[in-house]
Design a protein around this ligand. Structure first.
Ligand SMILES: Nc1ncnc2c1ncn2[C@@H]1O[C@H](COP(=O)(O)OP(=O)(O)OP(=O)(O)O)[C@@H](O)[C@H]1O
Ligand SMILES: [Mg+2]
Length: 262
């Protein structure tokens, strides 16, 4: 393990019956970076997040956060240890207001942040306000979450995660279904989070978003890594083009990327 590594996965496997959704996968996320994850549908990306966040226990292998083994820890313990996540499908408490949704993260997402059932502590209140401002929802605190348009729902889920004050943020397809302008707004939001020093692992099919934000990219296929390196190398990698991008998307991606060094 390098001193720069915040999260280390060692030969992680997640088996569903005969199917290895994640297979002997080893990688690290370095402190302060954005690690992008791509790959075809069913590649095991979300399953990997489920293992990292404790929703689904790894069949074998180890997950270390800051050198501490969290492989078999419960989701709330992993959250308290500093990993927060968002979900591919929107997960909010629809009948609660925007502020109340974020308070759930601020109160329960951290160890010893006040007694449940009592008023949120001053610290939890500060974390709530900060998270709402960070994603641009400060003016909508009293709106009922169920009434929000899709972009705001995604931002709300992100605010709930950020209210736990994570070291590592896992984002599962944050811009799926958003318009071009909305994707740009989400990009700015992610950059603000990175600027706070939070390490981010980002799953996304929208290559424009993934490539613009990621310091490094890892592509999964059938639970295994087929590429790890700079985004600039993606469009030229034969395996990535064959199993994921295809020729058309690869050409469009190449146009977005800087020229390779001579
Ligand atoms: N709870 C489960 N039980 C059985 N099989 C599962 C379960 N969860 C996921 N799988 C299978 O594991 C494989 C990986 O699924 P996963 O959702 O991780 O893919 P993904 O890379 O996130 O795909 P997408 O890009 O479509 O979101 C798929 O074949 C899926 O059907
Ligand atoms: Mg998925």
């Amino acid at each position: 393990m390098e001193p720069d590594d915040l999260l280390v996965c060692e030969r992680v496997t997640k088996q569903f019956g005969a199917l290895a959704a994640v297979k002997e996968l080893s990688f690290a996320a370095r402190r302060g970076e954005i690690l992008g994850i791509g790959g075809p549908n069913g590649a095991g990306k979300t399953t990997l997040f489920d293992v990292l966040s404790g929703l689904n226990e790894a069949t074998s292998g180890r997950v270390l956060l800051d050198g501490r083994d969290i492989t078999r820890a419960a989701p709330e313990a992993i959250c308290h240890a500093g990993i927060a996540r968002t979900f591919q499908l929107n997960a909010c408490f629809d009948s609660l207001t925007v502020r109340e949704n974020v308070q759930v993260g601020a109160v329960f997402g951290r160890a010893a942040s006040g007694l449940p059932g009592l008023r949120p502590s001053a610290e939890a209140e500060a974390a709530t306000q900060e998270a709402l401002a960070l994603v641009g929802l400060a003016d909508k605190g009293d709106v009922v979450a169920g009434a929000l348009p899709v972009l705001d729902r995604k931002l709300l889920m992100l605010a709930g995660a950020m209210a736990t004050r994570p070291k590592l943020l896992l984002m599962d397809e944050p811009v799926g279904g958003l318009t071009h302008a909305e994707i740009d707004l989400m990009m700015e939001t992610v950059r603000r989070i990175k600027a706070q020093g939070v390490t981010i692992i980002l799953i996304e099919h929208v290559m424009r978003f993934l490539v613009a934000l990621s310091d490094r990219v890892m592509i999964l296929h059938h639970g295994e890594r087929i590429y790890e390196g700079p985004a600039a190398g993606l469009a030229r990698d034969r395996t990535v083009v064959d199993v994921y991008l295809g020729e058309g998307a690869s050409a469009r991606l190449a146009a977005l990327l800087p020229e390779p060094a001579p």
